[in-house]
Ligand binder design. Structure first.
Ligand code: 6MZ
Length: 346
């Protein structure tokens, strides 16, 4: 079976996609045209060229946090942010994604408050509710922010979760993993969790076994990356056993880990160990714009590198549905994937 044909066709779910990291070049160019039309000074095309971090790039994980400023410049008005959300949802849909949890960090800009930032994305998602792709929002806390800022983002997430229960489903911790301490964010994350929001944490993107243990003990609903958890990849026997025992699902971002040099190459990616040990895994893109990838490309790479058969690939998509935060969507999405499996005799 031709994987290049199969991977876009499998109905897939995306559970780890940062909005501003997901902007494609086409979306960025469209946003630039919008700024020109409304007469706001924007960026040069050369500036856009810095956005993508490809395979041979010399930039590493720490450097990559600079590139998000490029996307941030393009999403600083509510109109542009709404356009970015809509265009990104449509691109995921065209790639065969039937459910997405987009995540984004509320930012105050000269044109909007943090409150308006969340409201704009939530409204854009509502306006696109008629599309085949179902979408939800996870509010991000950047770990480089202060405790006070994190608490105010959590409060906003809680109040919007009440106002948009059909859209805002979770909260997450991301940003440069070499900055900030997880323990400082526990009160903000705990209050969000008590209010009914699900929690996902960037965990073990760099080597920090103590923080990995604290995160696993917090019992998040999912974790992202999990690069440095297995002892062969910078974790310890203790972190690995704790993860296996917890059965916390892991959002796996293959190309992101390679292009940021968190992992040397695809063959040595920790996916292999996780899959073998039956740790629940979900294939995701992370920042499809920055890393020039797509969800179907990540599925294809996974199949190629780890020698997965089409049926195993479809099973990965099916199993991912158990971990989506909008529990009310699970049944319909499972049916869609099962129909695909049956129709293709996988
Ligand atoms: C940690 C990441 C990330 O929120 O402005 N972000 N955090 N590790 C990663 N691995 C590469 N990729 C993206 O999207 C951009 C923001 O997402 C987080 C960073 O905080 C980045 O500024 P939003 O939509």
């Amino acid at each position: 079976m031709d994987l290049n044909k199969l991977c876009p066709e499998i109905p897939k779910v995306e559970l780890h996609a940062h909005l501003n990291g997901s902007l494609s070049r086409a979306t960025m160019l469209q946003l630039k045209r919008y700024y020109a039309d409304v007469g706001i000074t924007d960026t040069s095309d050369a500036f856009l060229d810095e956005f993508q971090i490809g395979a041979g790039d010399t930039r590493n994980l720490s450097d990559c946090f600079q590139v998000f400023n490029i996307a941030h410049r393009l999403t600083r008005t509510p109109e542009a942010l709404a356009m970015a959300t809509t265009l990104t949802l449509k691109e995921f849909q065209e790639d065969g994604c039937c459910y997405i949890e987009l995540r984004s960090t509320p930012r105050e800009t000269p044109f909007m408050t943090c409150r308006q930032y969340i409201e704009t994305i939530a409204e854009a998602m509502r306006n696109n509710a008629h599309l085949p792709i179902k979408s939800r929002l996870i509010v991000s806390i950047n770990r480089t922010s202060s405790i006070k800022e994190a608490e105010s983002i959590a409060e906003l997430a809680i109040s919007f979760h009440k106002q948009y229960p059909d859209i805002i489903v979770g909260i997450e911790l991301s940003g440069d993993p070499n900055v900030g301490r997880f323990e400082d964010f526990i009160p903000a994350l705990t209050s969000a969790r008590f209010a009914g929001l699900k929690v996902t944490l960037h965990c073990g993107e760099v080597c920090n076994p103590q923080e990995v243990m604290e995160m696993i003990q917090f019992k998040p609903d999912r974790i992202g990356h999990g690069v440095c958890i297995h002892p062969d990849f910078g974790g310890t026997e203790e972190t690995w056993q704790a993860l296996c025992k917890s059965q916390i699902p892991v959002e796996i971002c293959l190309t992101s880990n390679i292009n940021t040099k968190s992992t040397p190459d695809y063959n040595s990616h920790h996916f292999k160990e996780f899959y073998k040990a039956n740790v629940p895994v979900i294939i995701c893109t992370d920042d499809k714009g920055v890393f020039s990838t797509s969800l179907s490309q990540e599925y294809r790479i996974c199949a190629d590198v780890f020698d997965l058969q089409p049926a195993q690939l479809a099973k990965l998509a099916l199993n991912a549905v158990d971990h989506i935060f909008a529990e009310e969507e699970r049944k319909a999405i499972k049916e869609k994937i099962l129909n695909f499996i049956n129709k293709n005799s996988l």
